[in-house]
Design a protein around this ligand. Structure first.
Ligand code: GUN
Length: 173
């Protein structure tokens, strides 16, 4: 997908295509649509991330709260977004044994109780052992630092999803 195509999208198409670059936050794509034209895909990414950075802390925490738990109930129920499902499967989180699932559920609950939002990690850059290790380690971070780390992971996820959207269309072209 080239940038001319992106810049030519009407509002509805743009939000359909880019609405889940930030998990379950189509408002962010909706907000940056009016900032077209973008010079390239990196420019689009810059606008998406600048929107996140400009939010007050409550808005940034809201973005994190839109994310499902890793290996959580939504994975068991099959109600994840297609992107999250693919990313969690890729990290091996769909094939945990009962003990691993229980351990992650406990850690996820402790994390949520401490910070007030779910543990977010770019699952595609990780695997099941690293997810558990990172979760256990980040549980002990100071809240302000953890908010920054979590938003950094949201941006890594968004970057990979944008790259997918670009690559998928090039493969078809
Ligand atoms: N990492 C990649 N996708 C997701 C997701 O949907 N939720 C969380 N918590 N982390 C992710």
């Amino acid at each position: 997908m080239d940038i001319e195509k992106v810049n030519s999208m009407d509002f509805g198409e743009f939000v359909d295509v880019f609405g889940n670059v930030i998990e379950r936050c189509p408002l962010i794509a909706a907000a940056v649509w009016s900032q077209r034209p973008f010079s390239d895909l990196e420019d689009l990414e810059k606008h998406l991330f600048a929107f996140i950075d400009a939010l007050p802390q409550s808005g940034q925490e809201g973005i994190l709260r839109c994310h499902p738990d890793l290996a959580g109930r939504e994975l068991q129920r099959g109600t994840l977004s297609a992107e999250s499902q693919r990313e969690q499967r890729g990290a091996g989180l769909t094939s945990l044994d009962a003990d691993e699932r229980l351990r992650l559920a406990e850690l996820n609950a402790q994390y949520r109780a401490r910070f007030g939002f779910p543990f977010v990690l770019a699952a595609r850059l990780s695997d099941r052992a690293a997810v558990q290790r990172e979760l256990a380690a980040r549980l002990h971070c100071p809240p302000a630092q953890e908010l920054r780390t979590a938003l950094g992971e949201v941006k890594k996820i968004g970057h990979l999803r944008l790259a997918d959207l670009l690559g998928a269309d090039q493969a078809r072209a």
